[in-house]
Design a protein around this ligand. Structure first.
Ligand code: C2E
Ligand code: MG
Ligand code: MG
Ligand code: MG
Length: 291
């Protein structure tokens, strides 16, 4: 490839790049256009109540409908966005789109709590809470209808930013969730300091609860501890009936995973929710919204 490149610096750089890096560079260029060209979309995966099986809310998961490659998962492009300074643009798009969707659903009588995932770069932005507050207000959405998920390891990576952002978000009334819990080595005393409402047990533990007594013991302890701290517990990545049964026996509050429902486009989710009225949404009924 060095042969066809004109500039020597560029040629050198390109020669030393492996195929993976080349692919990343292509994706990076495409990603710069993706937002403006409307190629991003959110899919929504239900969180199911352990007690009565009703829907408690959904998690918004970013998808990129690439013109040549089709629908791409975030694992392929979020790391690129984080590395090359595009994550805040993507994140802002997600905030606006989630709020727009909540408003559109409210208009058809579907009052759904939506969770979005935040990157550590977003937590470092001074105006994150103000931006979220504005997007909510623009769409007549109650702050408590939005949940922000932050991966535990990410939260631990920059404790100061996390603490500050959590406090600001809690102050405007947004709910907070610690994602992928169990992989980030949090100290329990630290967890106690964060104004979170929800804790999501990482899929790696859920995956092992059937086969491993150790995994069961860890999950059981985490659920008890979380409950004592006043947090609701969600198990992510539930793929089998056996896992579900064990998690329910351990008093896990909500379940999420392919066994219950896959992430779906908004229209598919609407059909899926027919006859399954969302629960726990009394606090953002239309009368409160004033819209
Ligand atoms: P996450 O927040 O922990 O989301 C759960 C991931 O597990 C999703 O992958 C979901 O599709 C997948 N999943 C759900 N149920 C099952 C199951 O039963 N089995 C298995 N094997 N997987 C299951 P996805 O959509 O590829 O997202 C991956 C990660 O990308 C997310 O992990 C989250 O950390 C990140 N992400 C997604 N959307 C956004 C976003 O809008 N912003 C940011 N910053 N990160 C995002
Ligand atoms: Mg998540
Ligand atoms: Mg997770
Ligand atoms: Mg995960």
């Amino acid at each position: 490839t060095a042969k066809r490149a004109g500039g020597s610096t560029y040629a050198l750089y390109e020669t030393h790049m492996d195929e993976g890096a080349q692919e990343q560079l292509h994706l990076l260029n495409d990603l710069r256009l993706a937002i403006d060209q409307g190629q991003l979309q959110l899919h929504y995966q239900p969180k199911i109540d352990g007690q009565h099986g009703q829907i408690r809310g959904v998690e918004a998961l970013l998808r990129w409908n690439h013109p040549e490659r089709g629908l791409l998962n975030p694992g392929l492009f979020i790391p690129i966005a984080e590395r090359f300074g595009l994550i805040n643009s993507l994140g802002n798009w997600v905030i606006d789109e989630a709020c727009r969707q909540m408003h559109a659903w409210a208009e058809i009588g579907l009052h759904m709590r939506v969770a979005i995932n935040l990157s550590v770069h977003q937590l470092r932005e001074e105006d994150l809470a103000r931006r979220i507050e504005a997007a909510l207000a623009r769409n007549f959405v109650e702050p408590s209808q939005l949940l922000c998920e932050i991966t535990e390891s990410v939260a631990m990576e920059d404790i100061k930013s996390t603490q500050r952002a959590f406090e600001q978000l809690a102050r405007i009334g947004v709910f907070l969730s610690i994602d992928d819990f169990g992989t980030g080595y949090s100290s329990l005393s630290y967890l106690r300091q964060l104004p979170a409402r929800q804790l999501k047990i990482d899929r790696s533990f859920v995956c092992d609860v059937e086969g491993s007594a150790d995994a069961r013991a860890i999950v059981s302890a985490v659920i008890q501890l979380a409950h004592e701290l006043g947090l609701r517990v969600v198990a992510e990545g539930v793929e089998t009936q056996g896992q579900r049964d064990i998690l329910l026996a351990l008093h896990c509050d909500e379940l999420q995973g392919y066994f219950l429902a896959r992430p779906m486009a908004a229209a598919t989710l609407e059909a899926w929710t027919e006859g399954r009225k969302p629960v726990g949404t009394a606090d953002f009924s239309p009368s409160v919204l004033g819209g």
